[in-house]
Design a protein around this ligand. Structure first.
Ligand code: SF4
Length: 711
């Protein structure tokens, strides 16, 4: 049975928000007379958001008829020329020529693709297949590498599988104790807070670990405020105390885990006074925290980017998993360790081949059996598939160099704003022989391109997303795309055709999804039993779901972990200093993150009137004591300088941050690009850059805009 294509003119259509991993259900209604472009949006009664939307979701329909929308391909012969409008035929000819010249001159890996964590499962799958089958290249990765990769690496090591939350979000309301580590859902996904609030109404207690006293911390019972980059030591310190006070669940450890003895011995080094010196968290607060975690019937530890976006992010996630395992949490009702995904399809985007080392179904590209299975579904020889490529930042860092990518396609990502050491990334993009960007707006990255392709956006096309819970849901088409734009799915299929590989590709979302199901069958992220019809009927289906009769898997680890012997693995992990520590020249710590009104690189939200009204520009958060030392007043301009670059933004004085640390949001471009300053030191396992801490110098700004170097 196939579902009819939605007629967007006849009534409300249920779909999902374009932004974060909560993927709130929303209902879009065409109202030609409505202010702002002809569509209205309401929250839908979906299991995660139950009718609520945050200000980003409520304002998202502004994007559908936005005057900045690209509706015609843009091309130019030289980068110092302005763009001119072109036909799709000419633009795609140029893309094929650019990719082909690079492959012929420098080998297949010289043509590559950089994707996005907002792409549907179908598009992420198509992108991975396009690079491997149509280009024969190893060069693909995506901005989700900057989001979830450390937690993913840790989950795979400890549990044998990587699904952000191993239980439905609603379980949060049933936990008696919840610790959030480096997560601020009160600002980043406000509708999720209803589950936390419901827990508190039942008497649950919440703890927050964050260098900032965030809105989430303000609602908690206990706030632990560590020095940025010391979460690993804090987790080990809590485990030391759990051992000391005999709070370890020894029966669970014996029955369900391996590796405990080595971890237990290693934790002797994390005596409380030492951990207090490293983290700045008082021993009495750690003592209270560990008792709250251990002496509760149902306890959750939820991690996010604050703990994970470090050069030791995967070890940090493992340290928190060690604590959760020692307390006997994973697999118990309303208990466990989880990571809260950031981007809309950060989860699905990494499951189906958009990552340099992975094939669909979370199979590994280096595994001969995985290669044979996926090549069989694709109808190609396994030996045709390239070997694993390099990670996102490594690919960007080598653009235009010998052995690096020379012709790059960027799909739904604005790396000039979102990548670490952003000024350097801009230079590398400018060094490419050919750059094509597919986007709905002329982003800062698209401004550098040779060809810009105008793409359809979220509510204008069909597809599936996988939310933070591992629930596969259906984004339905709820609006007509403007004349002249095309879907990325269609563009990749057309490019493959022009490259002589069209027989392997479809531009139909359902056909692509059905192929994805077959390719994922038998893999860790098994979607074989998930169909568009089931998603509709069941309001999403949790993977793994290996066949049509399987009911899906809302809760993992009840009986066994996804390791060969069914046991979870402890890992010995040790604290080490951040890649960069404060010194005389750069005496403070910079940490970065999201603000309430904006999302990712701001390509969409910086164009949304309601969100600009809420937050027109970024501010660097500075403790009043530090501001006084620097001579910086509330609202005054501050120059921030690291070894990689400079940025300028106004000051917001706040006692919510440590006096040795400043915080800045990363949604802004130009001289406000905070990622011009961040450190690309990479985690050895996940290749995650160290976004969350680096050494910074600050001064009250007196220079003019033109004098700001490094941006
Ligand atoms: Fe959209 Fe996330 Fe806001 Fe929900 S919480 S409306 S998914 S941005």
């Amino acid at each position: 049975m196939s579902l009819p294509l939605v007629d967007v003119s006849t009534g409300p259509v249920d779909t999902h928000c374009p932004y974060c991993s909560l993927q709130c259900g929303m209902t879009i209604t065409a109202r030609p007379e409505a202010e702002g472009g002809g569509y209205e949006v309401d929250g839908a009664n979906f299991p995660t958001n139950r009718g609520a939307l945050c200000e980003k979701g409520r304002s998202s329909v502004e994007l559908l008829a936005h005057p900045d929308r690209l509706t015609t391909p843009l091309v130019r012969d030289h980068r110092d020329e302005p763009f001119r409008e072109a036909t799709w035929d000419e633009a795609l000819d140029r893309v094929v020529a650019g990719l082909t010249v690079a492959r012929e001159r420098f080998g297949p890996d010289a043509a590559g693709l950089f994707g996005g964590g907002g792409l549907t499962n179908e598009k992420a799958y198509q992108a991975g297949k396009f690079v491997r089958v149509a280009l024969g290249s190893a060069s693909i990765d995506y901005n989700g590498r900057f989001c979830m990769s450390s937690a993913a690496a840790a989950s795979n090591k400890a549990f044998g599988i990587d699904r952000g939350m191993p239980f439905p979000l609603a379980d949060v309301a049933r936990a008696d104790t919840v610790m959030l580590v480096g997560s601020n859902p009160a600002d980043t996904m406000p509708p999720a807070m209803r589950w936390f609030a419901a827990g508190r109404e039942r008497g649950a207690r919440h703890l927050v670990v964050d260098p900032r006293y965030t809105a989430t911390a303000a609602a908690a019972d206990v706030h632990l405020q560590p020095v940025p980059g010391t979460d690993l030591a804090l987790a080990n310190g809590l485990l030391h105390l759990a051992i000391k006070h005999r709070l370890v669940d020894t029966a669970y450890v014996a029955d369900r885990t391996t590796g405990w003895d080595a971890v237990r011995r290693a934790m002797r080094q994390y005596w409380p006074d030492r951990v207090e010196r490293i983290t700045g968290v008082p021993v009495r607060v750690m003592e209270r925290a560990v008792r709250m975690l251990a002496e509760s019937r149902a306890t959750m530890i939820l991690s996010a980017r604050g703990a994970e976006q470090h050069a030791k992010g995967s070890d940090t996630a493992l340290a928190w998993i060690n604590l959760a395992l020692a307390l006997g949490l994973p697999g118990r009702p309303f208990s466990g360790w989880a990571t809260v995904t950031g981007q809309g399809n950060g989860q699905g985007g990494r499951e189906h081949g958009q990552k340099a080392d992975q094939l669909p179904g979370y199979r590994m590209l280096a595994d001969p059996a995985a290669r044979a299975h996926v090549a069989g579904v694709w109808g190609v020889d396994p030996d045709e598939l390239p070997r694993p490529g390099v990670s996102a930042y490594e690919m960007l860092d080598r653009l235009g160099t010998p052995g690096g990518v020379r012709a790059l396609m960027v799909v739904a990502s604005n790396v000039v704003v979102s990548a670490p050491r952003a000024a350097h990334v801009r230079e590398r993009l400018q060094a490419l022989d050919f750059l094509v960007v597919s986007d709905m707006f002329l982003s800062e990255t698209a401004e550098l391109a040779d060809v810009v392709l105008p793409c359809a956006q979220w509510a204008e096309e069909e597809g599936t997303m996988t939310n933070l819970e591992g629930r596969v849901l259906r984004r339905r088409r709820a609006a007509r795309p403007p004349e002249g734009v095309r879907s990325d799915l269609e563009v990749l299929a057309e490019l493959a055709d022009r490259l002589g590989r069209g027989a392997f590709f479809s531009d139909d979302p359902r056909t692509v999804f059905d192929e994805l199901r077959r390719a994922s069958s038998g893999g860790k992220a098994d979607y074989a039993g998930i169909s568009y019809e089931r998603i509709e009927a069941e309001r999403g289906v949790f993977w793994p779901c290996p066949d049509d009769e399987h009911e899906g898997t809302p809760r993992l680890f009840r009986d066994r972990f996804a390791t060969p012997d069914g046991r979870a693995r402890f890992h010995v992990v040790h604290h080490r200093a951040a890649a960069e520590s404060p010194d005389d020249e750069y005496p403070y710590r910079l940490t970065t993150g999201r603000s309430r009104a904006h999302y990712q690189s701001g390509t969409q939200t910086r164009r949304t009137k309601a969100l600009l009204d809420a937050e027109a520009e970024p501010a660097v958060e500075i403790h009043p004591d530090l501001a006084a030392r620097l001579g910086v007043a509330e609202g005054g301009d501050v120059l921030l300088r690291t070894r990689r670059g400079t940025a300028r933004m106004r000051a917001r004085l706040s006692r919510e941050i440590r006096p040795d640390t400043v915080f800045a949001p990363f949604h802004w471009a130009g001289e406000q690009t905070i990622n011009a300053l961040t450190n690309p030191a990479l985690d050895p396992a996940s290749r995650m850059p160290e976004f969350k801490v680096c050494a910074v110098a600050l001064e009250a700004a007196t220079t003019t805009t033109e004098e700001v170097p490094g941006v």
